[in-house]
Design a binder for this molecule. Structure first.
Ligand code: ZN
Length: 558
């Protein structure tokens, strides 16, 4: 079914609750496993109606933010969200208490879904609702503070994302001016940024201690749904990055400095890759999609079927339009078993990421669309990003379709960006471990921690005396640190797996692709590390993983 033909119906909370409680009661009082299975099937159906309605409201609202109808619908779900969640958590608990739990585990879904439910239970308790509300309010305050930026730049009034365009300008004077304006904004809001974060750390620590945890780290891991790795394993990954990847990254920065002909490479020059600018895709959006179709048809029978399904059902909305929300995402409309990709084409290489990265997510959703055990559709963020980031590499051979004679520049830039991201992401992660382990640190001490980490992860950094970013303030523009603690390492874990797929693909495309298919099809049935192992990949938590990737890439980078 085409997206525009999918009927939207609001799910009213009161009516839903009544039906839901009947099912909950049926499940809890089931006398046989068959009765419990029947009730669980009904639970699937009713939650599918709800999630479909929520997703459609949010899609239609993002396509046209000026439509008052969907604005109201979206507002309804924002407001009622916690109430729907509460019902779900009651079902979750009933499931864990069910006398048929073992039957479900053995005969239906395996152990992972049950483990996930137990983690959900550890992550939430009514006791911490006041803290959760305070955290939400502070996160919103942070978002609003950053969104409030009105920067006067050469007579134009810009917000931070708009200023970002000038921070990547080929002309150095323009860049310096844009960076200076950004620094001014952060200097003016320095105290508020410190206070908001200080409050967040304090409140999160209080919530964790109310639940009996020593500090927020353990609770943070439960909230992120971590089901197969802990903080020590993550530390082992970061240590490998420091040992093997940081030296490579430092070399790549130095090569960039030489390539650009600079005496010094400051943080203001980092966004620039080539003296003639970054490669841009060639052709109209229609031509780009025509080429996308060609690419996925040649890549594999599965991707051909997938991409044609997306086109036939008009499941892309990628052109920038007035009133459309910013950014991009991929989501899934449960009832119609359809992925949906949203983006705002702007003529940069980011448009091609929509066809590779977002389509990687959509391809996974497409492969999983007929899974009968709905619990198996739940995958960790790190796993989801492996699907998308790896697709960026599997499609490398078709980049000539989009970049013509600058194909090689694009491939180099894409690979180098992927490598350089990892030390930064690990730094964000280590910073948060230190902060939550020592919640008593002052804002000034936190900035000292960041500066020290920068010297380990990005030793080449030259802030050119910047009074905000040069003084340990860079993390304050990273929204994840304020809003979703410990959600960032996911990108690094996924990136190292994606790079592993690249190394394997360069050696033997077909073998690597079949490993990727296996990894993608079994995500959700088993946890991240098990799925990696089954697909024959190295786990990022095991010694040798980062070294393998770095050695493999050396070949290519030469
Ligand atoms: Zn993604």
């Amino acid at each position: 079914m085409k997206l525009k033909e999918m009927p939207y119906v609001r799910v009213e909370y009161e009516a839903f609750k009544k039906d839901f409680e009947v099912i909950l009661d049926q499940f809890s009082s089931a006398q046989s496993f068959n009765d419990a299975k029947d009730a669980h099937k009904k639970y699937y159906e009713i939650t599918e109606e709800l999630s479909t309605s929520i997703t459609l409201a949010s899609i239609f609202q993002s396509i046209d933010t000026t439509d008052p109808f969907y604005e109201k619908e979206q507002g309804y779900y924002d407001e009622m969200g916690p109430l729907f969640d509460e019902l779900n958590s009651r079902y979750n608990n009933a499931f864990l208490d069910s006398k048929f739990r073992d039957n479900f585990e053995k005969e239906v879904m395996g152990s992972l879904p049950i483990k996930n439910m137990m983690i959900d239970k550890k992550a939430f308790d009514e006791k911490i609702i006041p803290e959760l509300q305070e955290i939400n309010a502070l996160s919103t305050k942070y978002q609003k503070l950053l969104a409030s930026a009105k920067i006067d730049f050469r007579g134009e009034e810009l917000n931070l994302p708009m200023l970002g365009k000038y921070m990547q300008d080929l002309d150095r004077d323009t860049r310096v001016e844009a960076f200076t304006k950004r620094t001014e904004f952060f200097m003016n809001n320095k105290e508020e940024l410190d206070t908001i974060y200080d409050d967040l750390v304090r409140i999160r620590t209080r919530a964790a201690q109310k639940l009996g945890y020593e500090n927020f780290i353990e609770l943070g891991y439960y909230i992120m749904g971590r089901n197969c790795y802990d903080k020590d394993m993550v530390k082992n990954f970061r240590d490998q990055v420091k040992k093997y990847l940081v030296p490579l990254a430092t070399r790549l920065y130095e090569e960039k400095r030489v390539r650009l002909g600079f005496e010094r490479l400051t943080f203001m020059d980092e966004p620039i890759n080539f003296t003639n600018g970054n490669p841009k895709p060639i052709g109209t959006p229609e031509e780009i999609f025509e080429n996308g179709k060609k690419m996925y048809a040649q890549l594999s029978p599965e991707t051909k079927e997938f991409f044609e399904f997306m086109l036939d059902n008009e499941l892309f909305d990628v052109l920038s339009k007035k009133g459309k929300a910013g950014g991009g995402y991929c989501t899934e409309i449960d009832k119609y078993k359809s992925p949906f990709v949203f983006a705002n084409f702007n003529g940069t290489s980011g448009d091609i990421d929509v066809l590779t990265h977002e389509c990687g997510h959509a391809f996974e959703a497409y492969l999983a669309r007929n899974m009968e055990v709905k619990e198996h559709k739940r995958i960790g963020m790190e796993t989801a990003e492996v699907h998308s980031m790896s697709m960026e590499f599997f499609t490398e051979s078709w980049m000539e379709l989009f970049f013509k004679d600058r194909k090689d520049d694009y491939l180099y830039m894409h690979l180098v960006d992927a490598i350089l991201f990892i030390p930064y992401g690990c730094m964000v992660d280590e910073f948060q471990h230190i902060v939550y382990e020592q919640p008593e640190l002052t804002p000034a001490q936190r900035k000292e921690v960041w500066k020290k980490l920068e010297s380990e992860y990005k030793p080449h950094l030259d802030y050119d005396g910047d009074p905000f970013f040069g003084e340990g303030g860079t993390w304050q523009r990273q929204a994840h640190i304020y809003e979703v603690p410990f959600y960032y390492i996911d990108y690094c874990l996924a990136q190292i797996c994606a790079l592993q797929f690249k190394v394997l693909k360069d050696r033997d495309f077909n073998e690597a692709w079949s490993k990727y298919l296996q990894f993608t099809k079994s995500a959700g049935i088993n946890d991240f590390t098990t799925t990696l192992k089954q697909a024959g990949l190295k786990s990022p938590f095991e010694d040798g993983c980062v070294e393998f990737v770095v050695n493999g890439l050396e070949e290519y980078l030469k």
